[in-house]
Design a protein around this ligand. Structure first.
Ligand SMILES: Cc1cc2nc3c(=O)[nH]c(=O)nc-3n(C[C@H](O)[C@H](O)[C@H](O)COP(=O)(O)OP(=O)(O)OC[C@H]3O[C@@H](n4cnc5c(N)ncnc54)[C@H](O)[C@@H]3O)c2cc1C
Length: 385
């Protein structure tokens, strides 16, 4: 790894084109493994922190994995691969003169640019509050609000809960949103409480939905399996239309992810609520040599759910197209999203619910498969060193 000093210099004649990668997301981590790409470019990665893998996040919250298991420091990947790392955020972009402005006050010149910035929780409006997506605080207690991304928020939530469990304080958590993340978080908090052998009634967990129940898109029998699992864990499923303003010490917002905040300041074409507009080659619409991938990118005419799996699958396409973009005679490859993707929802206590299109199965085998896939992904990604 070269130093963390930012550069702003034009390409010298005969030197390699400069590839600037903003964000250590799934697709960009894949690029750090591609020697054919690294040999063609002078590469710089910009990220303020670390890569956190959301597949293991619920296991970390449940106390089954340490936070370190879920985290990769990009410095360890850049080291020895000739990739410069700058610990900063992108805060401005001028694609005409090919300059990126960073939060450390410096700017970097580039010939090719990759954006893999992830996503952020959608900000809740006063309409959401009015529709019952809120909870009253317990008398005399302050209420803590938690976001589920970036993942370190969940590490802080675990530490806060553990402190209170150790002091034998009672805790009531309201989870807003009963999609896969909300369900995983409810189950993880219950599992964490069980590890601490809490007295009956010391922990209340409510999973709040807006009338369609948990995992509304899953097959009916899978949903019945899930409801039974939630009931066994004592997790209350509540409907915003009927149960309003129940007291809670903690609110966890799992209502959904949207584009990173402030995306519009980069002056790139965006699709409202979805992200930076890209064509199937992952090239940002109307630009030359600027690519975007993962949650921050929106394939025109093909909305995708915000899932890490797309970032992972886009990695090889991005690598190929960055190299191809150096030769005007070579055409770019398209990213073809899979028609369906395996999703495994962690229910804690060694149980999970696997969903693949209309097929599903629940139990210990699904949990073992999830654990195997997630830990193998982390091992593979770390071994890029
Ligand atoms: C609780 C939870 C569980 C989930 N479980 C799953 C799951 O099991 N399977 C699944 O497929 N998906 C899951 N997801 C969705 C998954 O988290 C996202 O789809 C995935 O992280 C997106 O990956 P990415 O590569 O786009 O970006 P990320 O992996 O989020 O990386 C983005 C990077 O960009 C950096 N960055 C952001 N802004 C800037 C900036 N301005 N300048 C420089 N760097 C910046 C960040 O520091 C970060 O390192 C889950 C989400 C949550 C919240």
């Amino acid at each position: 790894m070269s130093s963390t000093t930012a550069r702003s210099r034009p390409t010298a004649i005969g030197s390699k084109p400069r590839l600037l990668l903003i964000g250590a997301g799934h697709a960009h981590l894949h690029l750090l493994h591609q020697s054919s790409l690294l040999s063609r470019f002078d590469v710089t990665l910009v990220d303020p922190g670390a890569f956190w893998y959301s597949g293991l996040a619920s296991g970390v919250l449940a106390g089954d994995h340490s936070p370190a298991t879920d985290r990769i420091d990009p410095a360890t990947l850049c080291l020895g691969r000739g990739v410069a790392l700058v610990r900063a955020r992108l805060c401005g972009l001028n694609t005409d003169v090919r300059q990126a402005l960073l939060s450390n006050g410096t700017s970097l010149a580039f010939d090719r640019l990759g954006l893999n910035l992830g996503s952020a929780p959608v900000l809740r409006s006063s309409d959401d509050e009015a529709s019952g997506d809120s909870a009253a605080s317990l008398p005399g207690d302050k209420q803590t609000h938690w976001q589920i991304k970036p993942i370190p928020h969940l590490v802080r939530l675990r530490r806060s809960l553990e402190r209170r469990f150790q002091r034998r304080q009672s805790v009531s958590v309201e989870i807003l949103g009963a999609g896969a993340s909300g369900v995983e978080i409810a189950c993880a908090i219950e599992a964490l409480g069980r590890h601490h052998q809490l007295a009956a009634g010391a922990l209340t967990i409510r999973l709040r939905h807006r009338g369609s129940g948990p995992l509304p898109e899953a097959p009916a029998r899978a949903r019945r399996y899930l409801l039974a699992a939630l009931e066994r864990r004592g997790i209350l499923v509540v409907d915003s239309h009927h149960d309003r303003h129940l007291p809670a010490s903690d609110i966890v917002d799992a209502t959904g992810l949207g584009p990173p905040r402030g995306l519009e300041k980069f002056g790139l074409p965006t699709i409202d609520g979805r992200g930076i507009a890209i064509d199937p080659s992952l090239k940002v619409q109307g630009t030359d040599g600027v690519f975007a991938s993962g949650d921050c990118a929106a394939l025109i005419d093909h909305p995708l759910p915000r899932l890490g799996v797309h970032g992972v699958r886009q990695g090889p396409v991005l690598a190929r197209n960055l190299i191809a973009s150096l030769d005007p005679q070579t055409s770019l490859t398209s990213y073809r999203p899979p028609a369906r993707a395996l999703s495994i929802v962690n229910l804690g206590h060694g149980e999970a619910l696997a969903l693949y299109g209309n097929a599903w199965w629940g139990g210990r085998l699904a949990s073992r498969l999830k654990r195997h896939l997630d830990l193998s992904f982390m091992q593979r990604t770390r071994s890029l060193r």
